[in-house]
Design a protein around this ligand. Structure first.
Ligand code: GLC
Length: 617
């Protein structure tokens, strides 16, 4: 195992050096600066306690004043979901990253800052990047054919890495390795499947795709996020040792694949918050499983820990094994983190050995990704290339799951002359992308460059059929078939929970009205939206076959509604290349996807389609 790890280490090192977009710094300066030390251990020995505390700090880009990175020797900056540079272009991203990096190079030891982003289905914060199917769709590919799934996972990682590097980004908080076992969980679509073998296979290959192409991965969220009671996001999972062992393979194999960082879960195991679980973060993950990367906390997660003060919470997190803290409750949260951490060490509450272990892990990470040699990006590259969009489109086609096809109506589609396409989701890039797209929660509308389902159908039938579009399903005339697109409103994290749990934003009224309405309609189920039911009732009235396509992050609780459908296709959250759907509908291609989740008529209701189900034609 060690030999294997060494070879992947060397491979990653070589590839990072090769793929970095060139160094903007004169070799002379680096050489001079690096002359003081040769290894991360030597660099660590030169650092003061204040510099070590700074290295363990991650601040959100919006919580920084100019000069902060230099003054506090910050180790990392991040973009929360949707936190983008003023100019959301590759050039704008490169400038932002380089400005932060330049500040870090002015520190006494010139340790470059590392920037983290959530590129979870392509470089999804970047406008007009290629947006890939969310993991649920990739999991559908693997549920149909594991070899095809492995290739899809690697391709997804590769495209994400290429478009990250084109903007200067090097580190993504991805992939999710949670095994979602309750579809009421708002993050079900970020998981590949309820099946641990699929999650293991897909996670490791996304990581290879990312890291072989110049982007460092961050396995998340360790551990048990998909096993919480009632599928509550950030809830509590009751797991004995066997229960823990059962969901460890995705992490074990990801570590063997060379994953370089990890994010704990907000959730708890047996009532202990993961971010303060010494047993799971240090004893299990670092000692038993041999994880040599570093652990970065989740968004202000330290503030949820036990303890009567922020300082006590910090002690619990760091002593449990957290190496870097995402301190994102305003600028004060990271300034105080640095202050309190130094006090905790001086008081002996946090041993210096723990600090040195954390900092060394971070420095080794920065060395492995080539950050010391190429801290800056010379020039912006291309995102959203035709080649990447074509590859993403193929993934969309492979991810589709055919759940019903009465009288083989799908095969007849290319013969039809008059087709009505109905539903808001048929012409809504935001809805087909879902959450974590341009903004954290995602949103409806033409939010970024891509092809809608309708546009794909129009292109595929040009000159062969008359296509009519009606979002509400109301149109004049008669039709040979109706293609009706239904689905979920975009959401992320707790706003997608369907277990009675309201997100903070919903409680504070910050969520969109659509989303709050949809939540209240469905707070304990994942029902078809009212506007889609109305559209379907219009569609049924044309007395022709109705082909339903669903855009969702998980199986929706459709009851018996499907009995009125001639065909039913799960498209999951396909991303920007919705044309991949028409390629199958009109391309006389087989359906290769299979459902990666058990599909029930209602929560805890009878099974409608079992895990792995799907028709080929
Ligand atoms: C979020 C998510 C995590 C993400 C982080 C940074 O709350 O839990 O997956 O990487 O914050 O955006």
């Amino acid at each position: 195992m060690k030999k294997h790890l060494l070879s992947s280490f060397v491979m990653i090192l070589l590839l990072f050096a090769h793929t970095a977009c060139g160094s903007g710094r004169s070799a002379g300066k680096n050489a001079q600066r690096n002359a003081a030390w040769k290894t991360p251990e030597e660099l660590l020995s030169l650092m003061t306690l204040a510099e070590k505390a700074g290295q363990m700090t991650q601040a959100e880009r919006g919580n920084l004043l100019k000069g902060d990175i230099t003054e506090y020797a910050l180790g990392s900056v991040l973009s929360g979901g949707g936190s983008t540079p003023a100019q959301n272009t590759p050039e704008g991203w490169v400038k932002m990253f380089n400005d932060f990096a330049e500040e870090s190079l002015k520190t006494r030891l010139g340790i470059p800052v590392i920037y983290g982003i959530d590129a979870v289905h392509g470089h999804n914060n970047a406008l007009n990047a290629t947006i890939l199917p969310h993991n649920v769709g990739l999991g559908a590919i693997a549920a149909g054919d594991t070899d095809r799934g492995v290739k899809a996972a690697y391709t997804a990682g590769r495209i994400t890495a290429e478009e990250m590097r084109a903007t200067g980004a090097r580190w993504t908080f991805a992939p999710v390795l949670g095994v979602a076992e309750d579809v009421r969980w708002g993050r079900t679509y970020e998981s590949f499947s309820e099946n641990v073998d699929i999650v293991t296979l897909m996670g490791a290959n996304v990581i290879k795709g990312l890291q072989n192409n110049g982007a460092a991965a961050c396995m998340k969220h360790f551990l048990g996020e998909g096993q919480t009671i009632d599928g509550r996001n950030q809830g509590n999972a009751l797991l004995d040792r066997a229960g823990i062992e059962r969901i460890l393979p995705p992490y074990r194999v990801a570590i063997e694949a060379g994953a370089m960082s990890l994010m704990p879960s907000f959730s708890s195991v047996n009532g202990v918050k993961m971010h303060e679980s010494t047993e799971l973060l240090t004893v299990l993950l670092k000692d038993e499983m041999g994880f040599e990367g570093f652990i970065v906390s989740d968004w202000a997660a330290v503030r949820q820990l036990s303890g009567n003060s922020y300082k006590e919470q910090i002690a619990h997190a760091i002593n449990a094994g957290v190496d870097m803290v995402m301190a994102t409750n305003g600028r004060g949260s990271w300034v105080d983190f640095i202050k309190y951490l130094q006090e905790l060490v001086e008081e002996g509450t946090v041993p210096m050995e723990r600090i040195d272990d954390a900092v060394l892990r971070i420095l080794k990470f920065k060395q492995r990704i080539g950050l010391f040699d190429t801290p800056l990006t010379k020039k912006a590259g291309v995102i959203g290339s035709n080649a990447n969009r074509a590859a993403a489109r193929a993934l969309v086609s492979e991810s589709l799951v055919l759940l019903q096809n009465r009288n083989n109506v799908i095969a007849k589609l290319p013969e039809y002359k008059r087709i009505l396409v109905a539903g808001q989701g048929a012409h809504d890039i935001g809805m087909q992308c879902g959450g974590w797209t341009i903004t954290w929660q995602g949103m409806h509308g033409s939010i970024t460059k891509g092809t809608t389902i309708l546009e794909g159908i129009q292109n595929a039938t040009k000159g062969k059929a008359a296509i009519t579009y009606a979002a509400d399903g109301r149109a004049e005339g008669t039709f040979d078939a109706v293609i009706a697109v239904i689905g979920e409103d975009p959401y992320a994290e707790t706003e997608g929970d369907r277990n009675g749990q309201l997100s903070n934003r919903m409680m504070e009224g910050g969520a969109e009205k659509d989303k709050i309405d949809s939540y209240h309609d469905n707070s304990l189920q994942i029902n078809i939206r009212a506007r889609d039911i109305d559209m379907l009732w219009e569609a049924y009235d044309y007395d022709c076959p109705v082909i339903v396509i669903m855009l969702s992050g998980r199986p929706m609780t459709i009851g018996d509604e499907y009995q009125d459908w001639d065909a039913f296709i799960a498209a999951w959250l396909p991303g920007s290349e919705g044309g991949g759907i028409a390629d199958v509908l009109f391309g006389k291609r087989d359906f290769t996807g299979r459902t990666p989740y058990t599909w029930r008529k209602a929560i805890d209701g009878e099974i409608l389609f079992p895990f792995g189900y799907g028709l080929t034609k």
